[in-house]
Write a protein that binds this ligand. Sequence first.
Ligand SMILES: Cc1ncc(COP(=O)(O)O)c(C=O)c1O
Length: 449
Amino acid sequence: MVFVVNEELVPKELTKKYSQKEILEIEKKYLAPAVGHYYENPVLFVDGDGAVLKDYSGKEYIDLFAGICTTITGYNHPKYVSTLQWQAERLVYTSSLYSTIPYAVLVKSLAEIAPEGLTRSFIVNSGSEANEAALTMSRKFTKNPYIIVCQRGYHGRTTLARELSSAGWRTFPEAHPPGVRFTPYGYCYRCPFGKEHPGCNMECAHYVREVIRTQTNNAIAAFIAEPIQGVGGIVQPPPEYFQIVHEIVKEYDGIYISDEVQTGFGRTGGKWWGIQHTGVDPDIITMAKGFGSGIPIGGFISRPEVAEGYTVTDSFATFGGNPLSCAAAVAVIEIIKEENYLEKAAKLGAHLKKRVDELKESHKIIGDVRGQGMMLGIELVRDRATKEPANQEILTVMELCREEGLLIGKGGLDNNVIRLQPPLELTDAQIDQAYTILDGAFSKAEKSL
Ligand SMILES: Cc1ncc(COP(=O)(O)O)c(C=O)c1O
């Protein structure tokens, strides 16, 4: 049955014009404190277009954070919204106990854009679930319990995914799932070995051998890493980090999992997946965020031999692979192809990086600028020599930007890294506007140094 949208049927509570004060009061009373908002005076968004969000009062904001690195196709992309509407009019849900067209079309599309050899997908609802599934599958395949994961990384908040996510999220006494071992990441700005790249012999990468030899039975199930750490503060190791680690992981019969929840779908520019910039061929890629551009969906794509033994008794998700989410993801992949986002991310990213490098020239609060494509980080420090994290000043910068109509993200173990991970619907003119706002905000925040 096909419907024409009838606004009269939409619950009046949803179409009513609320004030920000009213919504904050409801939230204060009914929302669990586990939900936290950015900004002292949280923003109430009601609408979006391209890379711009509009609040309840009509004020517009250029969004350089895309929710959290999620709305890759921007807000209200016509193809995306039309696909959602079209699918919603037909079939929102039935479980994966039955075949549906969107699920089948999606996994075929994923195989077409995945690195060579990755063909078999499993669809869930989030990045955490995708990582849990990929790791369980790797453990089953290798018959080994050990997972190697990078310090300062982030892989989600379910029990295992939380355990994989480095310090900063260990906020309460908890029982830790066994078998997880940590290895250093290639964080050159704050090298854990006190070295400088190049000329450091990549000790951070080689250290994984020491971890495996001293903390496992000389074999592992999997190594999992982000090609660029997102939550950890847009940390990007040199490509050889991944090549060295990959070689060692294979020596110990491990599965290499690239967590592309943030770096996937063209964000890093020029390629579909972040790992493709490093020369490493992963065994599994996990994905979420930009995958649905806002609609909840996650998943993995794997080498068929690894996926072979992971069966319906091992995993299931009631909402996993539902027609609405899968249709949205099919539309996202098509938009990326039709609008040449891979090239766009490289070009826009180069412009954004150039402007951020200019900011570094004129603002001593900026200690480091890093990242690639539409995934850049600006690490703020109180002193360039001591690198003391400017974790209060970053809040001032964020507030000042918000006042001027610019949204930016925050990350890093010390919460002192500005994260720029905008929708790919951003324009060069918006980048220049953002530069002017950031320039003013840094000048003001620096006064306290
Ligand atoms: C790299 C990475 N992996 C996994 C996750 C978890 O995804 P989700 O919040 O959808 O569970 C995140 C979320 O930020 C992430 O950044």
